[in-house]
Ligand binder design. Structure first.
Ligand SMILES: Nc1nc2c(ncn2[C@@H]2O[C@H](COP(=O)(O)OP(=O)(O)OP(=O)(O)O)[C@@H](O)[C@H]2O)c(=O)[nH]1
Ligand SMILES: [Mg+2]
Ligand SMILES: [Zn+2]
Length: 336
């Protein structure tokens, strides 16, 4: 990492900000503990985190009512979808415990820390579109993360109203490659309302998170699937035809008949350096039958003779695109 030179004055300001921040955190923790010990709060009950704002959360109790809550200082990393024990209060409640998680989708943030995105989900819906144009490598990164966390990934090609079979031939070929591997791929359009009933059927009864680039239409899909929901939607930038990061925090919504949907903020990149190369390899599910068959036990699947993966590419069992994408991810996590 490049070392930035910072002046003494800048260093002093950074230290001041940090000490103010830890003082605020200390005061918050003391207030929370005082509220707990002075019995100002209602009885403990179970709930689910529906959204997260800096130091506070919105928790939904069993009656379906939501309340803004502080979090007891010994619990960290709560995230949308977490099941919690909490106590209602005026004006804010307190989360006192987190239940064990069935699954956790995380990604590293810009400061090299692993950040949880959503808990207890069983599906991730990777939303792609012709505009902003889908990138196979980003899809592959999501697929690897999903395979690694035992969450079923589904690909959803949204904005089908904008697809022109000739102009978008390479996008349609890419989508077909994922179908051939065995992934579920659905097509939908919020504009023409096409494909929404198939999507609804797939999501019914599950806890799913919509993920993907900014501007592909995740929030529009949530609004279309759940009438009465008003998740904020933002037009693409006219200059770049990219999304403008309209959604800033993940939020959970319920289907009336059971199941939930989490709308999440769009991302540009999805680093995977929290995984070992072997885990990345296993995350490419069509590679699995060939893993362990290379001539050399420590084969790096580069130029070695007798590499079973390269042979599978030559034999047509693995596409050149997915193999290149795998190599790109390995190069990006090896640190140079
Ligand atoms: N033509 C067309 N436009 C769509 C469709 N779905 C969404 N859009 C438009 O795409 C733009 C972005 O939609 P959003 O729902 O805000 O996208 P998002 O994925 O939630 O974006 P972030 O919150 O920034 O991650 C808006 O202008 C929507 O009206 C669709 O099916 N067809
Ligand atoms: Mg959004
Ligand atoms: Zn090999």
């Amino acid at each position: 990492m490049s070392k930035r030179r910072i002046s003494r004055q800048q260093r002093w300001r950074i230290e001041k900000i940090q000490s103010e921040r830890s003082e605020r955190a200390r005061r918050r923790a003391a207030d929370t503990e005082a509220a707990l010990s002075e019995g100002e709060l209602g009885d403990e009950q179970t709930g689910i985190v529906v959204s997260h704002f800096g130091q506070q959360l919105d928790v939904e109790g069993q009656t379906g009512k939501q309340q803004r809550c502080h979090v007891r200082s010994n619990i960290d990393g709560l995230v949308t979808g977490d099941q919690v024990i909490w106590r209602p209060g005026k004006p804010t409640g307190v989360v006192v415990a987190r239940e064990p998680r069935r699954s956790l989708l995380s990604r590293p943030d810009n400061f090299n820390r692993l950040k949880p995105v959503a808990a207890n989900i069983d599906r991730i819906v990777i939303v792609i579109a012709p505009e902003p144009l889908a990138h196979a490598n980003l899809i592959d990164r999501y697929l690897v993360a999903a395979e690694h966390s035992d969450i079923t990934p589904v690909l959803l090609l949204n904005k089908s109203d904008l697809i022109d079979p000739e102009g978008n031939a390479s996008l349609l070929n890419m989508v077909q490659r994922y179908r051939d591997i065995g992934y579920d791929v659905l097509t939908a359009s919020c504009a023409s309302e096409g494909g929404l009933s198939d999507l609804k059927a797939l999501l019914d009864g599950h806890i799913s998170a919509f993920v993907g680039q900014s501007g592909v239409g995740k929030s529009s899909l949530v609004n279309a699937l759940l009438p009465g929901t008003d998740s904020r939607v933002g037009a693409l930038s006219e200059a770049t035809a990219k999304g403008r990061h309209t959604t800033t925090t993940a939020r959970l919504y319920h289907f009336p008949g059971g199941g939930s949907l989490i709308d999440s903020p769009g991302i540009r990149e999805f680093a995977l350096w929290n995984l070992e190369p072997e885990q990345v390899l296993q995350g490419f599910k069509e590679f699995r039958p060939f893993i362990g068959l290379c001539r050399f036990r420590d084969c790096q699947h580069q130029q070695e003779p007798g590499c079973a993966l390269r042979e599978a590419v030559e034999g047509g069992d693995i596409t050149a695109q997915r193999f290149a994408s795998y190599q790109q991810i390995i190069a990006s996590i090896s640190g140079d």
